[in-house]
Design a protein around this ligand. Structure first.
Ligand code: ARG
Length: 472
């Protein structure tokens, strides 16, 4: 018997349809959470008098033995069972006999599957956060290594203003640190015990749900049994956090694809992370970065697809909800792998400081020239016009500000003194920015210190766990 509901039916289910509805091939990843939930459940129903204490001991011993077995050999979590819950019950009956049939007393798989996935995410999210923190550490390392080297910053992918290379790396750090916080939000969304909700109306035994919650590490109990049986907000929020993190990785990937291209070449990719062409001998392609960018579409699709699956569901459990797991597992695996890949690429980047500085010079200093005039009393709008006209002439002649003689400067405006030449360097431009979020070297040094302090704190929250792929 491979299913938990055969009594009502006169014949075996259609083989193909049973296979179509089966989730064991993927929900096996929840095995440890399922057993943990069942161990706590046995205690709770025994305390409520629904299962004898002798049976409770038998069930707990059997569950613990099974947990050891599957930990020792994850590949043993296979069989004809409909899902991981049926697998556990079958294995338990094999171990402890008929008492195994008492495990499900008062419980529905509807609440069980929710508790499993909540437990899973609560313990897995910290590993994605550790992956984010690892990448932040690598970016901070690049930022430190770049020292005071300037590079151009872009808007509309046109050279805009000089910034420190460190400031560029710290921009991506800022986005990834937000992701880290969004995962805290996702973890909090998962942190509510659905057990006690039964199939939809609640449990028929006087369970101490608060004790059950704290036994399992939940800080709250779900408020309403109908809502609890189909609430997957924690899945949606998790998928959103992952999709956003992938969007951030994709944008970093795009920056690095552009900045390592021959025409830019502010950075060189390490040979270890690049790929060649089967035809063109000169090619050095950034495949890992392109894959990260490509996979962001897949994760966004999982998120969008999941929301589409949810939107038409009537209240209470519906089998559509089973789609949550492949979305979560695929997304988690993809983000985890993308974070490691990005870390490898970033750690191997070699900065071409001379080239980055060269492209941070020239006409992108126009704002600084205009601000020079403003400092000498000209209205900003007029200064913008004046410098715009200069730029037009310089472009026509293929020149830049640095090539202008003192006489040429004054021909554009008598306000230009000899000291204007000191303004038109990338170093002067970054030093001229004065706000804490700016690329001023002192601000960037403070941002680096702040990032390091954040990393120390994040490192304190890490830990080791079984590899993601073991039950995948
Ligand atoms: N495999 C199911 C899921 O993932 C478990 C819950 C099944 N509940 C039910 N009433 N069929 O959602």
């Amino acid at each position: 018997m491979a299913n938990l509901w055969s009594g009502r039916f006169a014949c075996e289910p259609d083989g193909n349809l049973f296979e179509f509805g089966r989730s064991l091939p993927f929900d096996r990843r929840l095995i440890e959470d399922d057993i943990r939930g069942s161990l706590a459940w046995v205690e709770a129903v025994a305390a409520a008098g629904a299962v004898s204490s002798a049976d409770a001991v038998t069930l707990s011993d059997g569950l613990r033995g099974l947990l050891e077995d599957v930990r020792r050999d994850p590949s043993s979590v296979v069989g004809p069972d409909e899902d991981v819950h049926a697998f556990v019950e079958r294995k338990l009956v094999e171990r402890v006999g008929d008492a195994g049939g008492r495990l499900h007393t008062g419980r529905s798989r509807n609440e069980q599957v929710s508790v499993d996935l909540r437990l899973y995410l609560m313990r897995r999210i910290p590993f994605l956060q550790a992956g984010l923190a690892g990448l932040v550490g690598t970016l901070v390392g690049q930022a430190r290594g770049a020292g005071d080297t300037p590079m151009p910053a872009y808007t509309h992918l046109r050279r805009a203003q000089p910034v420190l290379v460190a400031h560029f790396f710290l921009a991506h750090v800022a986005a990834l640190r937000r992701d880290y916080e969004y995962f805290d939000v996702a973890r909090r969304a998962a942190d509510a015990l659905p057990l006690g909700s039964g199939a939809v109306a609640g449990t028929s035994y006087p369970l101490d749900v608060a004790a059950l919650a704290s036994r399992l590490g939940f800080s709250r109990v779900a408020a309403n049994s109908i809502d609890a049986s189909s609430d997957r907000d924690f899945v949606s929020i998790f998928l959103h956090a992952c999709a956003l993190a992938m969007v951030h990785l994709s944008r970093l990937a795009e920056d690095l694809i552009v900045f390592t291209a021959e025409e830019f070449r502010f950075f060189e990719l390490s040979d270890e992370v690049a790929t060649g062409s089967s035809l063109m001998p000169q090619k050095k392609n950034p495949d890992p970065l392109e894959l990260i960018r490509g996979k962001s579409g897949r994760v966004i699709g999982r998120h969008a697809g999941w929301l589409a699956s949810m939107k038409g569901l009537p209240s209470g459990y519906n089998k559509d909800l089973q789609e949550d797991k492949e979305a979560v597992f695929d997304t988690e695996t993809t983000l985890g792998a993308s974070l490691s890949a990005m870390r490898a690429v970033v750690s191997g980047l070699a900065l071409d400081a001379a080239r980055a500085r060269r492209w941070a010079s020239g006409l992108l200093l126009a704002t600084d020239v205009a601000e020079y005039l403003v400092a000498r009393g000209m209205a900003f709008r007029q200064a913008h016009e004046t410098v715009g006209a200069m730029v037009r002439l310089l472009i026509a002649d293929g020149r830049d500000f640095e090539s202008l003689s003192p006489e040429e400067w004054t021909s554009f405006s008598p306000l230009f003194g000899a000291d204007v030449r000191r303004v038109v360097t990338p170093e002067a431009a970054v030093a001229a920015r004065q706000t804490p979020q700016s690329t001023n070297p002192a601000s960037v040094a403070a941002a680096l210190a702040d990032a390091s302090a954040w990393l120390d704190e994040a490192a304190g929250q890490g830990g080791a766990d079984r590899a993601l792929s073991e039950y995948a």
